[in-house]
Ligand binder design. Structure first.
Ligand SMILES: [Zn+2]
Length: 245
């Protein structure tokens, strides 16, 4: 897990029932999956320009009023981005897609087709707080995925369609025992209590996606939440062997 920056915002926006006056600093995780032949980046974190000055970088976007954005270093200072072979985006919000600008321009970017379509539809852009500046430059190299997908063809890395937070949100399963949940739930406890953010494209679908990830967790997987400050720590993740290994 790499550090893709932080955002500070009211707790009550991100977990229903929390205090709207209490500010919480949320980590923005980026993951690098290494195999014998691949280095796959899962999400890209903040754009450094947004972290330095969100107002001017995004032209004073209304949807960013509730945030303070910051980062200690760009992801490019922690990993040689020229060695990345594929990029997977869980979804296209600014804290996941902003760092695309740091990556070599030839890299394929794997996104669910329904996410990509929503991100180019005026009404869906407004409803989902997408900031097109984050992803305008990648349209030639998007690989649109329809539903669950075996990314490498060997079952090692699987993309799971987990919609709700956004129309085409996806999670990433690595082996049997690690799941990068993305923003299906911001907090680990959300899998059980369904206290979701107070906004979302389809909260019923998001609850169903949370149930899907909860079942994987109950079967023994480490399901990584989207932005839980108590859980997310930068560093290598151990993948426990699956029971059948
Ligand atoms: Zn997020």
């Amino acid at each position: 897990m790499l550090d893709g920056g932080h955002f500070t915002s009211a707790a009550g926006i991100w977990r229903s029932g929390e205090d709207l006056d209490r500010q919480v600093r949320f980590p923005i995780p980026v993951y690098l999956i290494e195999t014998a032949t691949e280095r796959i980046l899962i999400d890209t974190g903040l754009h450094p320009g947004a972290a330095a000055d969100a107002e001017s970088h995004y032209g004073g976007a209304e949807s960013l009023r509730a945030f303070r954005l910051e980062m200690d270093a760009g992801i490019d200072e922690q990993v040689d981005l020229n060695t990345v072979t594929k990029v997977v985006l869980t979804h296209l919000h600014f804290d996941h897609a902003g760092g695309l600008a740091l990556l070599p321009p030839s890299l394929p970017v794997f996104i669910q087709r329904r996410e990509w379509e929503a991100a180019r539809d005026r009404a869906a852009i407004a409803r989902n707080f997408y900031l097109p500046r984050d992803y305008e430059a990648i349209s030639e190299r998007v690989i649109a995925i329809d539903g669950d997908h075996d990314l490498l063809g060997d079952g090692a890395v699987r993309l799971l369609l987990t919609p709700g937070h956004t129309p085409g949100h996806q999670s990433v399963q690595v082996g049997e025992r690690l799941v990068i949940g993305g923003d299906v739930t911001h907090f680990a406890s959300g899998l059980d209590d369904h206290r979701l953010p107070i906004f979302g494209d389809d909260l019923d679908a998001q609850r169903a996606s949370a149930e899907r990830l909860r079942a994987l967790r109950d079967a023994g997987a480490d399901v990584r939440p989207g932005h839980d400050p108590a859980v997310l720590r930068v560093g290598p993740l151990a993948i426990p062997p699956s029971p059948v290994d």
